[in-house]
Design a binder for this molecule. Structure first.
Ligand code: SF4
Ligand code: SF4
Length: 381
């Protein structure tokens, strides 16, 4: 059966304009009154990577979340917002990211993810157990509120990747470490989480998005769309096409489709809503990183060549670094250490997960792509 994806224009975060666009997303995909009934406990799961102003395009814009919450509240739902930001606690992140007024107005409760529930998987899956936030399972419905951003490891972060926030705190780093440099392994982690949580409806804030080296320090860019679907993989793959990236570059879409978790091929999706002009975008900036799957030992000459000349790597800008230690404390393989008052990356240990780049609040970590890597990237696009 085909999946329905709705994409609508929405030029700005003006409340009236957003309300109309988001109402259209719902009505294109489902009857919200069939999904939500009076008194149901609903979890809203936005992208709250870190405390950030909405105009930085790092978090799901509070105006977008407010309109969704308003529509659900009109149906009599009891609303909560939950996440496990990698840095800082949920309440501070919500306050600093501009969520407090909407939560007060619509009586939305904050739900920090703190208790773990172990999910077991069958022998056919790569990872046999994953600990997720127990709190997620206490709700009748989950509404996934993703932000469209580039992502140095996964190319784009959208609806499926947004659910990684249900892994609690430092467990996120452990998963990066277990998946290592193999992007497909990390895609499997994300898909096993998606398979478990299965949000009832996923929406994407694609109005002010992030391009370049996201998801933390890329460039904000106006795209002016919002999207939604009950099938998060169909939504992610449709958005990938709209920004002009090859579907192959978003490994969760490719592997998710192979595993039968959703539709990603164009012929298996009905894209409804506005007839978009000017899409796919021709100039949406990709992250410098390249997805690579390789399993060679450190001393293998092919691997050494790739490490030195192909693979993108984080690079610390000492001028901008304020020695806060966040990158060092969150680097999964402990590849960063302080030497003579400077943060130094050990290349042999680095698994190119870009957690350091994602978490640095000073924009002090850039992505360096060797010359051969640049050439290969330009040929492959
Ligand atoms: S997180 Fe950024 S500012 Fe903090 S030590 Fe690392 S590079 Fe420096
Ligand atoms: S240095 Fe950065 S990219 Fe390398 S492993 Fe550590 S956190 Fe990941």
């Amino acid at each position: 059966m085909k999946s329905i994806v709705s994409i609508r224009y929405c030029e700005e975060y003006d409340h009236q304009i957003l309300r109309k666009s988001v109402e259209n997303l719902f009505s294109d995909c489902l009857d919200v009154r069939n999904l939500i009934s009076r008194g149901q406990k609903i979890l809203l799961k936005p992208n709250l990577l870190r405390s950030a102003r909405p105009d930085q395009a790092i978090v799901t814009h509070p105006a977008f979340v407010e309109v969704v919450a308003e529509i659900l509240s009109d149906c009599g739902a009891s609303l909560s917002i939950g996440d496990s930001p990698p840095l800082g606690n949920l309440q501070k992140t919500l306050a600093k990211s501009g969520y407090e007024p909407l939560m007060k107005r619509l009586n939305v409760k904050p739900i920090p993810f703190v208790h773990k529930k172990t999910i077991e998987f069958g022998d056919d899956r790569i990872y046999k157990r994953i600990d997720l936030a127990q709190e997620v399972f206490d709700f009748d419905r989950i509404i996934n509120l993703a932000k469209l951003k580039t992502h140095c490891q996964m190319t784009l972060t959208m609806a499926v990747k947004n659910l990684f926030g249900t892994v609690i705190g430092t467990d996120k780093a452990s998963w990066h470490l277990r998946a290592g440099k193999i992007t497909d392994n990390f895609a499997h982690v994300l898909l096993q989480i998606y398979q478990t949580i299965r949000p009832d409806f996923s929406l994407i804030d694609g109005i002010l998005v992030m391009q370049g080296n996201g998801p933390n320090s890329g460039e904000p860019r106006h795209v002016g769309i919002v999207g939604a679907s009950r099938d998060a993989l169909a939504l992610d793959s449709s958005i990938t096409r709209l920004v002009g990236f090859p579907l192959e570059s978003v490994r969760t879409c490719i592997i998710g489709s192979e595993l039968g978790l959703g539709n990603t091929l164009a012929e298996t999706i009905d894209v409804v809503g506005d007839a978009l002009v000017g899409f796919p975008l021709k100039d949406f900036k990709a992250p410098k990183s390249m997805s690579m799957a390789w399993n060679l030992s450190y001393w293998n000459p092919i691997r050494r060549f790739m490490e030195n000349h192909v693979i993108t790597k984080p690079q610390i800008n000492f001028e901008a670094c304020r020695n806060c230690g966040i990158c060092m404390n969150h680097c999964p393989p402990k590849a960063i250490s302080e030497v003579n008052g400077r943060m130094i990356i050990n290349r042999k240990k680095c698994i190119s997960c870009f957690c350091c780049h994602e978490l640095c609040g000073s924009d002090a970590i850039s992505i360096r792509q060797p010359y051969v890597g640049k050439l290969l990237s330009s040929w492959s696009r």
